[in-house]
Design a protein around this ligand. Structure first.
Ligand code: FAD
Ligand code: NAD
Length: 480
């Protein structure tokens, strides 16, 4: 029987891959997507949506919301005159709610594939060879069955997996990476976290709000080194002093032992030697690209020095008509970055002018308060010798924030001293994830701070703080 033939085959159905497949199909190509993982599907069926939908962005945000509500009921209701007694958390219900959201969204992608006529090929995808101008990909099922499909274009979107540390065996029951940390069946009394990055802070704060005593051990001496220093400083104060998260910086872990009574972690910090005892441990020390099973050597696909698929600014690899997007290539490991790349590649294949503006990709850390930014930090501008102006306004001066009962944080706008062009916007505060969108639009349109200052913002709204920060760049805020 002849091999199935496609114009475009995507390997991996995470946000980078499923979006690339859908966009390719929209553009008139015959498109297929290969996915191997069933995650925790009860029937063992392949699940679409990748890390993001199954064990990443979506489930973590569902748990964040539940834990915030629990915390607010216990701590914030009282200022509104609401008394709540005997407030209890049923972790099973919380986790089931999260699982239902995941099921709803992952099956939604199957629906989108049907609607857009994307063929789903269930199995593990790898390079099998090249004949004339067609690539051959092997699709190997869990039962060992295998088929070869032919395609003109290949888009590698195999994503990433959690990095584990030598001597710290992850079983996702007691010692967890993101997968186990999203499905704990009870609130651990003492929770240890290795790595104060995005996952450590988000998931550490979920379990802390539910009652765990959380201690995070971070190797680097600086907290949130990628964020703007003013944001990192204020976030540090809020998380450690106000919220009681224990974060130890500059911690060098020397030994991890698992016994009947829990886990003991030995670590050095400065000149001291310390011991942390905990009941559960989350290891969140970054992620590694998934390239191992692709049979890259079969076809000479080039990887970079960090094991990622090497691509140019248009996500083209060293092989003709082979592209790569998302976590498996350079750049931040963010779902929306992968999706943008998926769209760009499909449009480039169609001969259109696909493009990703890597300078305007927003970052959000879903702690409480949230942290969001786009563009350059003050540290980056200083290092580049760039002359800049700052407008920074606290939410304390915002009526809506006061009414809502949370005035933590600020909006900080960085603009070019000569041209007033917005170079970066940094937000710490409630709803920072939504507020940052205005800054992204402004930067995409090459706006100057005065543009935002001259735009009417609804009153009362948190967005007025963005308005005031833009006015503050010109030293003329009206409410501060
Ligand atoms: P993935 O989502 O990893 O998908 C790749 C898919 O390819 C997987 O399903 C995998 O099974 C499949 N695959 C791999 N190899 C093969 C093969 N050979 N054959 C067939 N299939 C294969 N990002 C955000 O932007 N916002 C967030 O709030 C956020 N929260 C996160 C929270 C957590 C706990 C984690 C772990 C990550 C979070 N991320 C977040 C990051 C985000 O999940 C990733 O950046 C995103 O999923 C990457 O998309 P991708 O398509 O490149 O890869
Ligand atoms: P990360 O890179 O954000 O943080 C890892 C942290 O672990 C770093 O601070 C690092 O210095 C530290 N570390 C590394 N080795 C260590 C060691 N041996 N001991 C102690 N600390 C150590 O990685 P992550 O938190 O695992 O998240 C992975 C990726 O997932 C992130 O890069 C991010 O792009 C993505 N993600 C995004 C979001 C979001 O957008 N809201 C949420 C979660 C995850």
């Amino acid at each position: 029987m002849a091999n199935k033939q496609f114009d475009v085959v995507v390997i991996g159905a995470g946000p980078g891959g499923y979006i690339a497949a859908i966009r390719a199909a929209q553009l008139g190509f015959s498109a297929a997507c290969i996915e191997s993982e069933s995650y925790a599907d009860p029937k063992g069926d392949v699940r679409l949506g990748g890390t993001c939908l199954n064990v990443g962005c979506i489930p973590s945000k569902a748990l964040l919301r539940s834990s915030e509500l629990f915390h607010e009921t216990n701590h914030a209701f009282v200022m509104h005159g609401i008394t709540a007694e005997n407030v209890r958390m049923d972790v099973g219900t919380m986790v089931r709610r999260k699982d239902n959201i995941v099921t709803q969204l992952t099956s939604g992608i199957k629906g989108l594939f049907k609607k857009n006529k994307v063929t789903l090929l269930a199995g593990h995808g790898s390079f099998a060879g090249r004949e004339d101008d067609m690539w051959q990909l092997a699709v190997t099922g869990k039962d060992g069955s295998s088929e070869i499909v032919d395609t003109r274009h290949v888009i590698i979107a195999t994503g990433s997996s959690p990095r584990h540390l030598n001597g710290i065996p992850v079983d996702n029951k007691v010692i967890c990476d993101n997968v186990g940390a999203l499905s704990l069946d009870a609130v651990p009394k003492r929770l240890g976290v290795i790595g104060a990055g995005v996952i450590g802070l988000e998931l550490g704060s979920v379990w802390q709000r539910l009652g765990s005593e959380v201690t995070i051990l971070e190797a680097l001496p600086d907290f949130l080194a990628a964020a703007d220093p003013a944001v990192a400083k204020e976030a540090w104060k809020t998380f450690t002093q106000k919220q009681g998260l224990n974060i130890h910086l500059g911690a060098n872990i020397t030994n991890v032992k698992q016994g009947k009574k829990g886990i003991t972690i030995d670590y050095e910090m400065g000149d001291g030697v310390f011991k942390l005892e905990c009941d559960k441990l989350i290891v969140s020390v970054g992620r590694v690209p998934n390239t191992a099973g692709l049979a890259c050597d079969n076809v000479g696909l080039k990887l970079d020095d960090r094991g990622r698929v090497e691509v140019n600014s248009h996500c083209q690899t060293n092989l003709e008509n082979v592209w790569a997007v998302g976590d498996v290539i350079r750049g931040p490991m963010l779902a929306h970055k992968g999706m943008e790349e998926g769209v760009m590649v499909a449009e480039l294949i169609a001969g259109q002018a696909g493009h990703v503006n890597y300078d305007a990709i927003p970052w959000v850390i879903y702690t409480n308060p949230e942290i969001a930014w786009v563009g350059k930090t003050e540290t980056q501008l200083k290092n580049e010798g760039c002359d800049y102006k700052i407008g920074q306004i606290p939410f304390l001066a915002n009526g809506r924030a006061l009414g809502q009962g949370d005035t933590t944080g600020f909006v900080k706008v960085l603009a070019c001293a000569q041209t007033d062009t917005i170079l970066g916007v940094h937000i710490l505060g409630v709803n920072a994830s939504e507020l940052i969108a205005e800054a992204v639009v402004a930067m995409e349109f090459g706006a100057v701070a005065e543009d935002i200052a001259r735009i009417c913002h609804a009153h009362p709204s948190l967005s007025e703080t963005m308005h005031e920060a833009a006015l503050a760049v010109d030293k003329r805020p009206l409410h501060f």
